[in-house]
Design a protein around this ligand. Sequence first.
Ligand code: ADP
Ligand code: 5GP
Length: 232
Amino acid sequence: MPDPSTPSVGSTVTADRAEEERRGLMLVLSSPSGAGKSTIARMLLEKEKGLELSISVTTRPRRSSEIDGVHYHFVSKERFIEMRDGGELLEWAEVHGNYYATPRGPVEAAIEGGRDILFDIDIQGTFQLYETMRSDVVSIFVLPPSLAEMKNRLRGRGEDADDVILRRMETAVGEMKHWVKYDYVVVNEKLERAYDSVRSILKAERHKQARSSVIAPFIDGFVSDLEEALKA
Ligand code: ADP
Ligand code: 5GP
């Protein structure tokens, strides 16, 4: 009689397949300006396998440092409206007089292909994604450790004049009130620690059972292997 504790053939799964063969997720990082969202996003894209950036379309003029198709797809207002009315956009928003949006096709292809996708979009866009794709979205709100530190970082970045910094801080007040609508909150005091927290969240979410495509058939196979073994 075969020993039920050592089934000879049967259902198997590797740790790599369990982590990789699944529906991709949509990782949304938001923060008040100056908290360090872009820094953390850049580190993730450099270091994390299987994570790509969602490239938005915008009607904003291209800055000299930006490349069309890399930082944004720059489009005319007419083309933007055509895309929006044709159902090509997952979400869209008007920010400081320009339109921004997430094209639907690449995101759907990524998550159906088991690849994760990172979003640098504003709060309005995040909440629109919640409406249609809540279970695919993992949202993280990044906070600065204090107002003084946020101001230091905005000044230290050296990109904005004082009046722009003030405007960004005013916007931050409104945005921070929405923190409760996010799945996770990370305080970016020491960068390495904040990055590590964001990475841990991504890693845990990759194991969420509802995203898996291999575990259900593996368990079915495993249970029938076990039943056979017990009958024998
Ligand atoms: P955001 O995208 O949230 O507006 P950035 O990522 O551009 O913010 O960060 C703002 C500035 O703060 C940058 O100069 C960045 O290098 C710096 N910074 C980010 N995280 C930290 C940190 N933990 N400690 C000190 N400086 C930081
Ligand atoms: P910027 O013009 O500085 O690149 O971006 C301005 C703001 O637009 C940022 O807050 C950025 O997160 C937001 N944004 C960029 N792309 C999108 C998008 O596709 N959708 C939404 N809703 N916001 C976006």
